[in-house]
Design a protein around this ligand. Structure first.
Ligand code: NAG
Ligand code: NAG
Ligand code: NAG
Ligand code: NAG
Ligand code: NAG
Ligand code: NAG
Length: 506
């Protein structure tokens, strides 16, 4: 087991203990954050007016005010040879400025690089313009102090030295060894909110997020640099929890990560709909999106794997993580998986090329690869096409290689962008379930209040119109077979759970 993986497992164990504590603390403290709505300087409507309009529109259909739907077009791609991550833009501060943030369902906090940052990249290989957040330039920003309720509650578990009037600090370490630290601020987030009306309207809400003043490890790198990370975990501090606590969105969000055509896609806060959605329950009382994976079938045949390999415990479990580029399988599942795929394709004349870390097949057609079913509790299956578990690469002699994109991961099973792409994936916090359906992420997204399914509206996926294409100058066809780079990228791009604690700066 490489050291980074050992760390990963340890970090996971630590995270579960710490974040649960913080989640409860911040969730409880959420009520004390006076989270009244503001109007934006541009918009004609405050959110309450929009609600009223919506109520009139739906008449008696809705007995309760439905919360809004917020649309975040995405940039980037899962392709580890290009970007290996999906990101969006978020507007913060007054006047609002835009920041590029990775979307990460494997961590909890929204943070952006702040002024006077040590180690924050100043330019990005993604050809996006980076920007530092400066609380003193925003008329609505305020620094969270150690005596403020969210900090006091959060720090109880890890820091007893929190003195009044000092800033409420944080320090996160990611599984790849990178880290960031800074302090919490409260400021406005500006949202493209849709409420019962397809036309966009603007609203803003006060939220708490991190202002990072120091980066270490890969976060210093300019290669794929962005302004920050949008943590979308299940605890009270994540943006989705803060907005749903304020009644601005429902406690649900969805992403559709486009695999082809330069990537991109959409992140939607609110209840989304797609045909043929299947659901599996979330494992309760966890801070991340743990689900019960029960079996894996290749070509309809269940692999011989003890289901306890996937079950949630201190060190095991299966999570969905949009901040992981590829996917990881627990080692007891990895070997049978690769062996069965190999049997299926070698008999059809594919040539297996294995090294210690890479399992590739030389063939000029992906047609011969079997479908893989991931079977979850509640009868929900996620069907993986060859492109959902293989990475296409070019060998030095010009022939095509298909390499298993799943990695052997000790005890955790992590479903990252490789398997989550080209689907609508719904994270329903209120309903405590995860749903998915195959979906063309270039198409508009339908959203609804679940119990009033006739009241649907559509979010246009505006990624194509409003954003420059994510991705670097080198294009996919020029991707070479680079096993070393591939291996590195697993750790480099792993941006999930972290050791999460508050501490005080003086
Ligand atoms: C803050 O505003 C000042 C004056 O407009 C500007 O010079 C400075 O660059 C701004 N800081 C940041 C981090 O944008
Ligand atoms: C929302 O705000 C943006 C500027 O931030 C503006 O261009 C847009 O027209 C606004 N939309 C509405 C519906 O007010
Ligand atoms: C979205 O809603 C529209 C209008 O109700 C409907 O025609 C369309 O089929 C829906 N699309 C999907 C993918 O559900
Ligand atoms: C490519 O595939 C076709 C049919 O699938 C096969 O007949 C042909 O020999 C293959 N070519 C190479 C170079 O492997
Ligand atoms: C997805 O939808 C787009 C836009 O309608 C279309 O151009 C594209 O061919 C579709 N892709 C697939 C795989 O159906
Ligand atoms: C998830 C959600 O907000 N559902 C609401 C949909 O609308 C009904 C009323 O028609 C509410 O009772 C639900 O809470």
């Amino acid at each position: 087991m490489p050291p980074a993986m050992t760390l990963l497992v340890q970090v996971f164990a630590a995270v579960l203990l710490l974040t649960l504590d913080v989640g409860v603390a911040v969730g409880g403290g959420g009520k004390s954050l006076v989270l009244s709505l503001e109007r934006t300087s541009h918009a004609g409507f405050g959110l309450s007016q929009l609600r009223n309009i919506d109520r009139v529109r739906h008449g008696r259909l809705l007995q309760q005010q439905p919360a809004g739907v917020v649309n975040f077009p995405l940039l980037g791609t899962y392709d580890p040879f290009l970007v290996g991550r999906y990101f969006t833009r978020i507007k913060l501060g007054t006047p609002p400025k835009e920041y590029y943030v990775l979307i990460d369902t494997g961590s909890h906090v929204l943070w952006v690089s702040c002024k006077n940052c040590k180690g924050c990249p100043t330019y990005s290989g993604l050809q996006i313009e980076l920007q530092l957040f400066d609380p003193s330039n925003s008329s609505t920003a305020s620094v969270i102090s150690c005596s403020d309720r969210p900090c006091a509650l959060g720090s109880r578990s890890s820091d007893a030295a929190c003195a009044d009037h000092s800033r409420c600090g944080y320090k996160f370490r990611y599984a790849d060894g990178s880290g960031t630290s800074g302090y919490y601020v409260s400021d406005s987030v500006y949202l493209d909110t849709i409420l019962g009306n397809p036309s966009m309207s603007n609203a803003s809400a006060p939220i708490i997020f991190g202002c990072s003043t120091s980066h270490t490890g890969d976060l210093i790198s300019t290669d794929n640099a962005v302004d920050g990370i949008l943590g979308l975990g299940r605890t009270g501090i994540s943006l989705i929890s803060q907005l749903s606590a304020q009644g601005i969105t429902q406690g649900a969000f969805a992403h559709c990560l486009r695999g082809e055509n330069g990537g991109g896609g959409v992140l939607v806060f609110g209840q989304t709909e797609a045909p043929n959605m299947v659901y599996t329950p979330l494992v309760p009382s966890q801070s991340l999106y743990y689900v019960n994976l029960q079996s894996i079938a290749v070509n309809g045949q269940n692999l011989n794997i003890d289901p306890s390999v996937f079950a949630t415990s201190n060190e095991r479990g299966t999570i969905l993580d949009s901040g992981t580029t590829l996917a990881f399988l627990a080692e007891e599942a990895f070997d049978p998986f690769v062996k069965t795929i190999t049997q299926a394709v070698v008999s059809k004349s594919a040539h297996a090329i294995f090294s210690r870390r890479n399992h590739c097949y030389q063939t000029n057609s992906s047609e011969m690869f079997p479908l893989v079913h991931l079977n979850f509790a509640g009868g929900a299956s996620m069907i993986l096409k060859p492109q959902d578990y293989l990475l296409q690469q070019r060998a030095s002699d010009g022939s095509t290689l298909w390499c298993v994109g799943f990695q052997n991961n000790g005890k955790m099973t992590i479903l990252g962008e490789l398997v989550l792409k080209d689907r609508m994936v719904v994270y329903d916090l209120a309903g405590q379930k995860i749903g998915w359906a195959d979906y063309n992420c270039s198409l508009p997204v339908n959203f609804t209040n679940t119990s009033a399914t006739t009241a649907t509206d559509t979010v246009r996926n505006k990624a194509d119109e409003s954003f420059p294409r994510g991705g670097r100058a080198d294009n996919k066809n020029s991707a070479h077979y680079r096993p070393h780079k591939l291996t590195l990228s697993f750790f480099t791009f792993l941006l999930h759970s972290m050791v999460f604690f508050y501490f005080c700066r003086n």
